[in-house]
Design a binder for this molecule. Structure first.
Ligand code: GTP
Ligand code: MG
Length: 197
């Protein structure tokens, strides 16, 4: 798929203030700092579209970007950032949960996983919660440029093995690097396929 246009539309904390045109949307979630905003910039070929930062906790709002005037990318705040105070963490949790549970336009949730880490409880529990709530999702391993091919493969396999304990069938998954522009065609083709059905 070619990205002809990618435009910021709105940021907010409430699902009811999100766009009401009913266009399909693809949301990006994962732990703080996993690379959600960087991946969105890489996919859209727009460097500063989503704000990124080396410090976790950068994205605090639900951010809608309109792509090709046909579908949305949604950048969500990260979960599990321990340095936020408790009230802040609870606020973010509520924003994320309300969005995921209530947003009928959400066609697919991309759950980002840092490929450098061993399987993390917080991610596995989050994915289990998605399953309990019948949320359509796929997995995106991020920062693939940071590992050798061997280590990357074995970490991906370790994570998928954990998922196999939860799921009879594995969800679709992508291995990406925003730095090296890896996985871009695969993800855009996947989105295109869903949009066309
Ligand atoms: P929050 O909004 O805080 O939840 O973070 P985020 O998930 O949006 O992460 P963001 O895209 O802001 O990236 C966090 C840090 O990781 C930044 O310093 C990025 O430059 C770096 N980063 C993101 N993706 C990649 C990647 O593919 N490769 C490398 N080497 N660094 C990456
Ligand atoms: Mg972000």
């Amino acid at each position: 798929m070619h990205i002809n246009s990618a435009n910021f539309v709105i940021s907010n904390t409430e699902v009811k203030k999100c766009p009401t045109d009913g266009l399909p949307e693809y949301a990006f979630i994962g732990r703080s700092n996993v690379g959600k905003s960087s991946l969105i910039n890489m996919l859209t070929n727009r460097k500063g579209l989503a704000m990124t930062s080396a410090k976790p906790g950068k994205t605090m709002l639900i951010n809608h970007f309109l792509i090709n005037e046909e579908w949305y990318i949604v950048d969500l705040p990260g979960y599990g950032y321990a340095k936020r105070n408790q009230k802040g963490q609870q606020q973010i949790k509520t924003i994320i949960e309300d969005y995921i549970l209530e947003r009928t336009a959400m066609t697919n949730l991309f759950v980002l996983i840092d490929c450098r880490l061993s399987p993390q409880q917080i991610d596995l529990e989050f994915i289990e919660w998605l399953g309990e709530n019948n949320i359509p999702f796929s997995i995106v391993f991020t920062k693939g440029d940071k590992l050798t091919k061997n280590k990357l493969d074995s970490n991906v396999e370790a994570f998928l093995n954990e998922l196999k304990k939860q799921w009879e069938e594995l969800p679709p998954y992508f291995i990406t690097s925003s730095e090296k522009r890896m996985g871009r065609d695969e993800m855009l083709n996947y989105i295109e396929q869903i949009n066309e059905t």
